[in-house]
Write a new protein. Structure first.
Length: 119
């Protein structure tokens, strides 16, 4: 019984440490970002991200107004987020490198567009 409890305690500690290390590797991207959508000179939205672990929420500020945003960030720097505007879904996928992001957006009526963002 003494040995089993030690094994269980050590296993629990290792599990907690592994979870902490995995969570620590998710990039911290919370804050205000300015986006440029390539080929769309009049589209330079900004967005504010709130981050809890790998979950993202926030506000996407675009010509059609302020839109709620939801998404995720992975430990390998992949970011995905979306916002709804009048029944249309704006989708963004990309990668994070410090204070910059870049990727591809799927925009209704505009198609697929490359984008960059800076913090």
């Amino acid at each position: 019984m003494f040995k089993i409890s030690h094994v269980l305690a050590i296993g629990s500690v290792l599990s907690i440490l592994a979870t902490s290390v995995a969570c620590a590797q998710v990039p911290h991207i919370e804050g205000d970002w300015k986006m440029s959508i390539i080929g769309e000179n009049n589209l330079s939205p900004t967005y504010t991200l709130i981050q809890k672990g790998n979950a993202l929420t926030g506000t996407f500020r675009a010509p059609m107004g302020d839109l709620p945003l939801t998404g995720t960030i992975t430990k390998d720097n992949k970011v995905n987020f979306s916002a709804k505007a009048g029944g249309m879904n704006l989708k963004f996928a990309g990668t994070v490198d410090g204070k910059t992001m870049k990727g591809v957006a799927d925009l209704p009526m505009k198609g697929r567009k490359n984008w960059t963002a800076t913090k």
